[in-house]
Design a binder for this molecule. Sequence first.
Ligand SMILES: [Zn+2]
Ligand SMILES: [Zn+2]
Length: 289
Amino acid sequence: MSQKNNQLHYYIDGDVLFIVEDSTFRVHKNIIGLASKMFYDMFACATPTYSTKDDNDIPEVLLEGESSKTFENILSYIYPNTFIMIDWNNVAEFLRFSEKYIIDMILLSAKTFLEKEFRKNPLYSLFLADRYHFKSLFKESSKLVLDNFPEYKREKIFSQLSLCTRNALTKKYTSYTDSLAKLANVDFISGYLHCDECNNSSEHDLKINQEFIERSKKVQILPLPLPPTQPSNTRDILFGSIGYRTCDNQFMTFQLPRKFKKHFGVFEPLECKKHKKDPCFYPYIELGE
Ligand SMILES: [Zn+2]
Ligand SMILES: [Zn+2]
């Protein structure tokens, strides 16, 4: 392999050479050392090998098994004279490299990119959150993955999730479809205490019961259609308003959430949507469960 100087990052006043594949980068110890704890320590402690053919006698670092494109991108991110954005094509490499060489600023930027953009690519975000132990990203992206689970399960990247995460997703989704299949058994009214203004509670019971039989039919068509109604849809349908009287309100605010949680488990909105009006609610899994 004949070595060539990198086009973007070969600085005449640089005081260290990085050899990555067939590219030579001539950069500054103080800039690299500020960005990376690992290189900082390396420059401070190690006795470097000196390039013999270079009359400047500057130390040489060989990054074996690394890609020169990735290293160039990393430098473009670190250096003040070049500009590069983190995007879906490079985020995985930015994460991998910055974790390996302890470049906290890039690790944090890549994580922030995913936390802002995960809705555009939930399964891939979950995969990266799984690999790099991003707790909140893991939980948020799992909500969207579970909402379209049959589809995501067929994607290639699904098989690259950790076994633990694949199992947790499958278990959570199966528990949802089981609950869906048993929805007709739920007595939504049992244990409900009508409010004082409700002058005819047995008639109100009847009305609510009828309404929820209708709603259950809407989400749970037997035999289950394929794919089953999405979790967020089921919840939307069940939580539609039943009326505007005080007792209707009380039922919707206290009784229905209790019954729903008992039957389906905990659903939550996305963190970024929870203060919006009528957010969608989803089941989710958490890292290390
Ligand atoms: Zn009532
Ligand atoms: Zn919704």
